[in-house]
Design a protein around this ligand. Sequence first.
Ligand code: SF4
Ligand code: SF4
Ligand code: FES
Length: 516
Amino acid sequence: MPTLMIDDRKITVEPGTTVMQAADRLGIFIPRFCYHPGLSAVGSCRMCMVEVEKIPKLQTACTTPVVEGMVVHTYTEQVMDARRSVLEFLLINHPLDCPICDKAGECYLQDDYMEYARYTPRYKETRWKKRKVHILGPTIVMDEERCVLCSRCVRFLQEVTGKQRLGIFERGARSVLSTFPGQTLTDPYCGNIVDLCPVGALTDRTFRFQQRVWMLRRGESICPYCARGCNIAVDYNERSDVQINDRRVYRFRPRFNPKVNGHWICDRGRYAYRFIDDARRLREPMLREGKRLVPSGWERTLKRVARRIREVLDTFGPEGMGLILLPSVTIGTARRVRKLFVDDLGLTRIATGPSIDPEADEDSILLRRDRFPNRGGLVAAGFPDGDPGAVTEGVLRGWATGKIKLLYVIGDDLPRFFEETSSFSIPSAGGILILQRSMEGPEDDFARMLLPSAMTAETAGSFVNFEGEEQTFSAVLPPLEEALPDEEILGRLSLLLGLKGEEACRHENSVEEEQG
Ligand code: SF4
Ligand code: SF4
Ligand code: FES
């Protein structure tokens, strides 16, 4: 294994490692445009030049493999000159857009100019004009003047998704990034090229002009929209007020985790940030009064829930009640459900949602057919493995035939489970349906009580993904309006049911605790 020195620091690395990778490992930052650890190295931008002793010319750190005894300097006068020259060259035709550019605040070009350049421009000639708004697809727009032709976006589509959609056309100063004729960017991983673009050339049409990035705070969570459980950054503005038609969360971006999602996420997960403050979120507990569901506050609603559960259990025994726990809940919630409904109340008619849909999309990149994030976690919490779909069908049959008098459903319905279960409705014999979840749905029409629960980014817990990887996450935001984390709802309900051994309203991972 070769040992080398970078800026007087020694490191031993595996053969084939590049100077850039070795420097990254030491925490020595070398500026870059074209290099990205998830893509092939092409050495095209020349921003990463470093001095290597005994080699007369500067070398590109991203393509130079280390050799035994190598001595590298990343901060000499010659290196600084090279960086300044690359930036001056790139900025010849670059527009002065920073004040209106969405990338400002996280743009490599802007940062590098401030760090290494700060020269007085020498270029007096007319700049090349290119298209400022070139729509590349439903979610991506291109500003051709801002592009530094690093080809990260081209390589991502070629190397990660296997699609040849983008290319660099023309020559010299006329060079421009574009889609191939007749192509649009509709692939389910396209959003990643916006993250990859080191400048403001590619922007997201849903994020464009919504927020300045320095107004956003970054939290960390797990995507709950399939069994992969990609690691995500949640960018939110803590000053936003949803009640005045604002939003708190403005984007999800991938967080690197080599064991789960590498550097990427799919667009399905990426654009799910919109659900968090969506108008269809359930915001307050509701009770049915006549034909209408009316806001009723937690105390009144949960008292009613507890009373109905007691009545059904006293009259019909545990067989009279059914419970569906969808694998969108955390392991902590699943354990609490088990303790409350199985151990304490003795329920036997418990199901854990539908089987994995063999027809659903899946690919070899990330997206899983199973759209629930925590099927493995429910098994870890003591719910049986096997065919959950058959058990769930059994519970729904019991409900449809009137054997189950009260059905309690916990968990989010994305993907819409009941839409796929066309038989779902209120049985002719009547029945009490209680829904505890975060979004409105068509089955609300049948519900007697609605209990709004927090979404994944608003709660803490853990999921077990399809490969058995347990991932723990913290709450990034407080729950929307009166929504509560599932564990807290169940804790309050336990107390109202008079069950011993439950701690009062504990939500062990509340935002307050986390911040404290
Ligand atoms: S659009 Fe962005 S990622 Fe693509 S080549 Fe230009 S600068 Fe690079
Ligand atoms: S692959 Fe699955 S877990 Fe990853 S971002 Fe997409 S939906 Fe979310
Ligand atoms: S980052 Fe090395 S040449 Fe572009």
